[in-house]
Design a protein around this ligand. Structure first.
Ligand code: 13P
Length: 256
């Protein structure tokens, strides 16, 4: 099946790499992915490296994203960063509601929704993460959990806004564990999310929205995940920290 959505492969570096390491990495990555133009490539370094990485990638087609944001434009919010600041730094994407933020930093669906709206108002693309815990999967409530997160995160958005955004389905039990969801399981939940977008915003939006899979994506499992009809790319953690493995993933995605 030929998909008309361009796959987006995004590297979420989490709290890894100094600015110096990040710049060296993207210089190598740029050479390594030359010609793989059928895939949108995004790197999401920690905040300290955003500006140096944007500078190093000037003129390149590799985009830069942030890993978190506050919803206010400015204010007395110690330790936070605003959408306008990320825009000014040269970011194009922002990861919102990653499960590590939900688990360790108290991120709620309400705040995810505030952040998604704020980022869109600044012309940035949100990568909104949803996904169930292992206990939730085992008790058969994966769809219920993903539905609640998706509905809350997209509340109050226009159809046009949703059409241009990215949703990342990351089952929490697959993150950093080496346990990838099977192609069929990932497709089943991502197809469900697309169906939900269809119900909420209509068929045209559902056909356009990019929905990624994330959780132990590696060069070896990328092609079969990307061959699924509803999977439009990947949000990659560990394997995005190494030029060779991240390139392998991009190459495998380019083949679909
Ligand atoms: P891993 O690829 O290391 O499992 O991490 C996935 C992830 O959390 C990407 O946001």
């Amino acid at each position: 099946m030929v998909k008309n959505r361009k796959p987006i492969i995004a590297g979420n570096w989490k709290m890894y790499k100094t600015a110096t390491e990040a710049v060296a990495f993207v210089r190598n990555l740029e050479l390594s992915v030359a010609g793989m133009d059928d895939v949108e490539v995004v790197v999401c370094p920690p905040f300290n490296a955003l500006v140096p990485v944007v500078e190093a990638l000037r003129g390149s087609r590799i985009a830069v994203g942030a890993q978190n944001v506050h919803w206010e434009d400015q204010g007395a919010f110690t330790g936070e960063i605003s959408p306008g600041m990320l825009k000014d730094a040269g970011c194009r994407y922002v990861i919102i509601g990653h499960s590590e933020r939900r688990q360790f930093f108290g991120e709620t669906d309400v705040n995810v929704n505030r952040k998604v709206k704020a980022v869109l108002q600044h012309g940035l693309t949100p990568v909104m993460c949803v996904g169930e815990l292992i206990e939730e999967r085992e008790s058969g409530i994966t769809e219920k959990v993903v539905r609640a997160q998706t509905e809350a995160g997209l509340a109050g958005l226009t159809a046009g806004q949703v059409a241009g955004m990215v949703i990342a389905y990351e089952p929490v039990w697959a993150i950093g564990t080496g346990k990838t969801a099977s192609d069929a399981d990932a497709q089943q939940v991502i197809g469900y999310i697309r169906g939900l977008v269809n119900q909420l915003f209509g068929g045209e939006v559902a056909a356009q929205v990019c929905i990624q899979y994330g959780g132990s994506v590696k060069p070896q499992n990328t092609a079969s995940l990307m061959a699924q009809p509803d999977i439009d790319g990947a949000l990659v953690g560990g394997a995005s920290l190494d030029v060779e493995s991240f390139t392998g993933i991009i190459k495998a995605a380019a083949g679909n």
